[in-house]
Design a protein around this ligand. Structure first.
Ligand SMILES: [Fe+2]
Length: 386
């Protein structure tokens, strides 16, 4: 018999397919006040923000927009957004953007629902009940984080450079709307990085020591589809079939990892991202092949990776990931992003400490000690085989 396991795959609805945005008109609303969170003017310039606000206004919504979410959103931004929400009193929060925007919107929502909370440190699981004031809908414009179906958020403390990860089922968005045309605005570099983030989610979920049969099915489908669609989405940004394939793959990977957690690719990427500002997806993409090699010392993980390689009809999974990275123009080491060896060398011990303490470490098939993490950081920076 299998041990008892929980699986939650999404909020109330996951809408996908043509014209999914129209579902916005069916959101169950009391006061019809929508607070739209965005990360800059991309959606406005592409005309999609107007499409969204037109749909909402047609059915009587009053709308306020907040478009100041930066990549790797800071606690300052979260506080600003929460303050604006407290003044506007929305009953729907609608995040339209990538992982940063969705994560920031979810974090703002916590402080809107519970203004008695003041600091990031107070946001720990189990969270107090949300949804007393508003529900949240997420409309991803990139295909990577799966934040539209995930219970986790990452917010950066700009003073300490530490990325705070919070995971709690209360944070699973009520509605996810997957509209592929919105992702056609994503630049090539971001398409590559976010797509590799999705692949990392699926591969880490697959070998997680909390993996289960349902999460496996989802992870396998996501892995297969990233390999099938990411190169085309990268080379042909307007290819809607490839964009849709990636948007669904990212969402499916999100459903998988949010239930069984991740592994040390993310532990290393969180540390390096917080300290040196390396974009999350790129850090993951570079680190992933090294950790697949490293994890292969565990017989179970090795066998699971072989199953994935067989499914992809490739001889070796590490080589397949390296080739995909190459096709997407992703470098083989972190030296491309962190130029100064001295700065990196001086930080390795601190990075190792952070990675060891990261919430993703405990579900990796092999759990390194701090010295082991130092070695891994040196490998992903200087290169070499594991
Ligand atoms: Fe990620």
């Amino acid at each position: 018999m299998l041990p008892m396991r929980p699986m939650k795959l999404g909020g109330d609805f996951i809408m996908f397919g043509e014209n999914s945005l129209e579902y916005l008109q069916q959101l169950p609303a009391k006061t019809k006040r929508a607070f739209i969170v965005l990360g800059g003017n991309f959606m406005e310039e592409a005309g999609y923000l107007k499409e969204i606000t037109d749909l909402l206004e047609e059915v009587g919504y009053t709308i306020e927009t907040f478009n100041d979410v930066e990549p790797d959103p800071s606690f300052d931004t979260v506080q600003k957004g929460a303050k604006a929400m407290l003044a506007f009193e929305p009953d729907w929060i609608i995040a339209v953007g990538g992982g940063s925007v969705m994560d920031a919107a979810k974090a703002m929502w916590i402080f809107y629902e519970h203004p008695e909370l003041k600091t990031l440190e107070e946001i720990v699981s189990p969270l107090p009940k949300l949804r007393n004031k508003a529900k949240i809908a997420c409309i991803p414009t990139s295909s990577g984080t799966g934040s539209e179906v995930s219970r986790s958020i990452v917010i950066t403390d700009k003073e300490t450079h530490i990325k705070h990860g919070i995971g709690d089922m209360e944070l699973m968005p009520d509605i996810a709307i997957l509209e592929p045309k919105l992702t056609t605005t994503l630049p090539k570099g971001m398409t590559a990085a976010t797509g590799m983030d999705a692949l990392t989610h699926a591969l880490e979920a697959k070998v997680s020591n909390r993996a289960n049969v349902l999460a496996d099915v989802l992870a396998e489908k996501a892995i297969k589809d990233v390999f099938a669609y990411l190169p085309t989405a990268f080379h042909e940004p307007d290819n809607l079939k490839a964009r849709e394939g990636m948007l669904l793959a990212s969402c499916i990977a999100g459903m998988s990892f949010t239930n069984v957690s991740l592994g040390i690719v993310h532990s290393l990427a969180h540390a390096i991202g917080g300290k040196f500002g390396v974009p999350h997806g790129l850090a993951n993409a570079i680190i992933l092949p090294y950790i697949v090699s490293y994890n292969s010392q565990d017989e179970t993980a090795k066998q699971l990776y072989q199953e994935v390689a067989d499914m992809l009809e490739v001889a070796d999974l590490v080589t397949a990931i390296q080739e995909l990275n190459k096709e997407l123009g992703i470098p083989t080491t972190l030296q491309a992003f962190i130029k100064k060896d001295e700065a990196f060398d001086a930080s390795v011990k601190e990075l190792a400490k952070l990675a060891k303490a990261d919430g993703c470490t405990k579900t990796n098939p092999v759990i390194p000690d701090e010295a082991g993490f130092e070695e891994l950081f040196n490998k992903v920076y200087y290169g070499g085989t594991i």
